[in-house]
Design a protein around this ligand. Sequence first.
Ligand code: FPP
Ligand code: ZN
Length: 332
Amino acid sequence: MVHPGRRELLGDLHASYITAFSENKTSFEFYATEHFRVSGVYWGLSALHLLGQADRLDRTSIVAWVLSCQHEGGGFGGSERHDAHLLYTLSALQILALYDELHRVDADAVARYVASLQQPDGSFWGDLWGETDTRFSYCALSALWLLNRLDAVDVQAAARYVASCKNFDGGFGCTPGNESHAGQVFTCVAALDIAGRLDLVDADLLCWWLCERQTKSGGLNGRPEKLQDVCYSWWCLSALSILGRLHWIDQQALADFILECQARGVQLWAHADEEAGGISDRPEDQVDVYHTFFGIAGLSLMGRAGLQPIDPTFALPVEVMQRLRQQHQQGQ
Ligand code: FPP
Ligand code: ZN
């Protein structure tokens, strides 16, 4: 049942949910998410930034903590003392970019770390253990772009490898021959955009496949026959946005689906339900910071009033990207 007024964006409740989640250092979720905490902080901080409430988190302690996750070799782990990985290296740089603190890292060391993971076929390992995935191609190119150090790797070889993961349906998979998946579509289209090689995308074919991801619920799934899930509002929409075809899906129906996944909390006697705020993957499910960010990011891509616009390629606020472009032009 759709409750009256359910279709509003509950921005203040989401900001409170993210802040409370970040400050509660004794919860089960806090311990369960330790190995990818740097990414969790990027999702929470980005969501707050889009809501215009980034100052609800403590900048000084977050920046010091992120820097403490860096290894001598240049890469960042998902938390203090965790092994370096490209996924967390990108998230760490995104947090520093949000706070305009990228100058605090040794860009040469990070660039050397990223370059050390590129393989002769242009692909990237996620870390020294050798898993290859187009997610890591994106992380490598995005991280180097943020540092203005794309010259540290063979960008054209990286683009050729990503293109070799393209399938008959226009979509992309993790490695050549792997099935198309909307998450990989984001990483591949965004990586090709950073590489200046969007010409390698079959835009009409791919965007048709992406439109087919919208189900009767209004939400999007990540592959045929899968359930709709709020995070695919980002993985699919970002690619449609990069390729200039956002209008190919029913945006109103998608926005309604995302807003239905908000936990609004029930006022029981004098106590508000502790589940107030946050967005889940599907209506009535448990909320988490990941789906809260990607729900808000999807709404931002669709131009929702009250949200800062987000860049579809870098998954950072447009305002932050404009500042970085200016700094790069000034040679910083
Ligand atoms: C779906 O994952 C999503 C992906 C495969 C893409 C992940 C991309 C990155 C980690 C790169 C960094 C991203 C940003 C926004 C900066 P899933 O495991 O939920 O897929 P499932 O729904 O099939 O389980
Ligand atoms: Zn999801």
